[in-house]
Design a binder for this molecule. Structure first.
Ligand SMILES: [Zn+2]
Length: 120
């Protein structure tokens, strides 16, 4: 995810995460249809292809990620307003600092809550 974020810098990148149970094992980089520094949108064709792939692999959709090239590792007001991936983890890669920062969030009815994660 960090590599993808750096590749697309200064634009936002985005992608989809899948795996089994609570374990994400696949990162699918997608296009950012908006080609923007401040927003992202996964093209519907790519979303559709992703879900078709899941059907073949038997994996589950577990998350979505995007980058914040120049802002902090927290969901922005736009992220909150445009959120439509309920039930899966929401990852942000921030390149604002010297080192990339990764945050994981869950939508909790009224807003995002930060959740901890472990890399295995
Ligand atoms: Zn964002």
């Amino acid at each position: 995810m960090v590599e993808h974020a750096r590749r697309e810098y200064p634009l936002e990148c985005c992608g989809l995460l899948s795996g089994r149970g609570r374990e994400i094992d696949t990162i699918q980089a997608t296009c950012n249809q908006r080609r923007s520094r401040k927003e992202f949108f996964v093209p519907l064709e790519e979303l559709f292809a992703f879900f078709q792939g899941l059907r073949q692999s038997g994996k589950d959709h577990l998350g979505i990620y995007h980058s914040h090239p120049r802002s902090e590792c927290l969901p922005s007001p736009r992220d909150v307003a445009e959120f439509h991936y309920q039930g899966v983890s929401y990852w942000i890669v921030s390149l604002q600092g010297e080192k990339a920062d990764i945050g994981c969030f869950h939508w909790d009815r009224v807003g995002f809550k930060s959740v901890s994660f472990r890399v295995v």
